[in-house]
Structure formats: C-alpha cells, structure tokens
Design a protein around this ligand. Structure first.
Ligand code: C2E
Ligand code: MG
Ligand code: MG
Ligand code: MG
Length: 281
C-alpha cells in the first residue's frame, strides 16, 4: 500500500514538474515575440521624500500584457528571460521606453530621474555601459535623469565585471541602487563591495511591519549600516500610514509604495503628478 501511495506521489510530482516546465517553455516562446512585437510596456512608480512627501523620481517596471489581456508578473518573466538569454534584448527595449518617458516628462516640465532595473547578466556584458552611454547621448538626455537599480540574480555573478561596470555608470553621473537588499543573493558584503549611491530595502521587510518586530530590527540595522557607509536608503512596499510614519521616524529618507502611488502608465502618471503637485502647494 505504501509503495502504491509513493508511486502516486511520484506521478503527481512529475505532473507538477511537467506543468511548470511546459509553462516556462510557453512563456519563453511568447516572450521572444513579445520583445520584438511591442507587447512590453513600462509602468512608473513615484519615489517620495518621506519628510516632505514630494516626488523625487520614479522607478520604471516592465509590464507584459498577453494577447488575452492578462498581465504576467515580471518576477516570473524576468527570470525566464535571464535564463533563456533574452534578458539583454528585453532590457534594451525597456531602456528605449525609459528614455521616451524621460523626454515626455521633460516636455511636461518634470525634470526628475527615472530609475530602471538592470539584471546582473546585462552588467556582465562588456559593452553594456557603452551602449547605455551612447543611447542617452544620442537622445540628448542628461545622465542625472537616468538611474539604475541592480539586483543580484545568481551566485555565479562575476563581481569584478559588475563592479567595473557600476563604476563607469557612477563616473558618468548615473546613480546606482542596490535593489532587494537583504534578500536572495544580495548579501551584506555588497554594501562594502559594490559601487552604489543607494540601497533599497526590499518590500519583504516592509510588508506587515506593524506586527513583525524582527523586520523592524532588520530595517533599523540596514538604515544604520547605510548611514555608516554613506548610502541613501529607499524603502519599497509602503502600503499604509503606520509603515510610512515608522520609516520616516527611523530616518529612512525616501520611499515608494501603494500608500503613495501604484506603478502607473505614463498618461496616468502625468495626471497623478498634476494632482499631487496641487495637493502639495
Ligand atoms: P523591484 O525592482 O524590487 O520592484 C519593486 C516591486 O514592488 C515591483 O513589483 C512593484 O510593483 C512592487 N511594489 C511597489 N510598491 C508596492 C507596495 O506597496 N506593495 C506591494 N505588494 N508591492 C509593491 P513588480 O513590478 O511586479 O516587479 C517585480 C520585480 O521584477 C522587480 O522588483 C524587479 O526585480 C523585476 N523587474 C521589473 N521590471 C524589470 C525590468 O525592466 N528589468 C529587470 N531586469 N527586472 C525587472
Ligand atoms: Mg527595482
Ligand atoms: Mg524589491
Ligand atoms: Mg528586484
């Protein structure tokens, strides 16, 4: 009987695995066409100075709408893009959209930086920095209006290459954030090793902050560390007033989250900005 149950478990397990693999292949195949076919978009989430509640910049986040109208989460398709060799192409499409948004904001009188997410795979590409530098030069965009956020994706990352690349970005005046600090492969060592201006506290630590004393300790430690290393701290995933006040009082200078604004497509962002500026005046 036990053997029989184990056999059933094995078959169920295999079925789940097969399903997951099939889904990966489907996404991979669709992603290839989506990148070339204009199915990718970016949404922009405001970053606010927590003291003044003024908007100080934006984060661009990839959005992929399938032909059936549903969105797939970037957490799912970015990882697939990274492991299937599509990430550089995807990143290049996203960067073009970011530059278009920066120019659109400028036309609307908004001269604030837009940060976009760069995969460490892209940074390890030897010509990556030159590619970005050439693009912004061509488009006549000042480096101070572009920022990058870097997430560690693999233990196989080549730190020498990543460091060299980040140093070039910083030297040109493109600010660098270490994203998802404290989770995944983003280790404590990065705070001393990687050239950066900012560390971003992952939303994992912010969500349920009110009830999670351990996460409160961790965030306080990260803020202290950041100050010690002269880095700015951004908290993401601020969803309510408690989280906002708590982070502000602990000395976190910048934040983003649904409490202020969800990631918005550019047309909606322009509307939001007009309302937000009125509210603050
Ligand atoms: P991330 O860079 O850490 O981005 C923050 C994530 O938190 C975003 O998820 C954002 O929508 C979400 N978020 C912001 N405020 C709140 C909040 O108050 N509550 C909650 N629950 N979530 C909030 P999203 O857009 O699903 O992106 C997930 C991850 O995918 C990003 O995490 C980033 O690592 C990656 N990603 C997104 N776009 C790109 C891209 O263009 N290139 C690369 N390489 N990675 C990207
Ligand atoms: Mg990010
Ligand atoms: Mg994060
Ligand atoms: Mg991330």
């Amino acid at each position: 009987n036990d053997t029989h149950n184990n056999q059933i478990k094995f078959i169920e397990h295999t079925a789940t695995q097969t399903h997951a693999i099939t889904r990966r292949y489907e996404i991979m195949a669709k992603l290839r066409t989506a990148i070339g076919g204009g199915e990718l978009q970016i949404a922009l989430q405001p970053k606010l100075n927590l003291q003044t509640q003024k908007t100080i910049g934006f984060e661009a986040l990839a959005r992929w709408k399938l032909t059936n109208g549903r969105f797939i989460s970037p957490d799912e398709f970015i990882e697939i893009a990274e492991t299937s060799g599509l990430i550089c192409e995807l990143g290049s499409v996203i960067l073009d959209k970011v530059l278009t948004v920066i120019k659109c904001l400028q036309r609307n009188g908004v001269n604030l930086p837009v940060a976009y997410n760069v995969s460490s795979y892209e940074l390890m590409e030897p010509s990556y920095f030159e590619k970005v530098a050439n693009k912004i030069k061509q488009e006549n965009i000042p480096p101070s209006l572009l920022e990058i956020e870097v997430t560690e994706t693999q233990e196989v990352c080549n730190y020498t290459l990543i460091k060299a690349s980040l140093e070039k970005f910083m030297a040109l005046g493109i600010k660098v954030s270490i994203d998802d600090f404290g989770t995944g492969y983003s280790s404590l060592a990065h705070i001393t090793e990687l050239p950066a201006n900012t560390i971003k506290i992952d939303k994992f630590f912010v969500i349920d902050l009110q009830n999670n004393i351990n996460n409160q300790f961790i965030i306080e430690m990260v803020i202290t560390l950041a100050k010690r290393f002269n880095l700015q701290v951004i908290a993401e995933g601020i969803e309510n007033e408690f989280e906002y006040n708590w982070l502000k009082n602990k000395g976190c200078t910048v934040g983003q989250g649904y409490y202020f604004a969800k990631p918005l497509f550019i047309e909606d962002l322009i509307v939001w900005l007009k309302q937000h500026i009125n509210e603050n005046n």
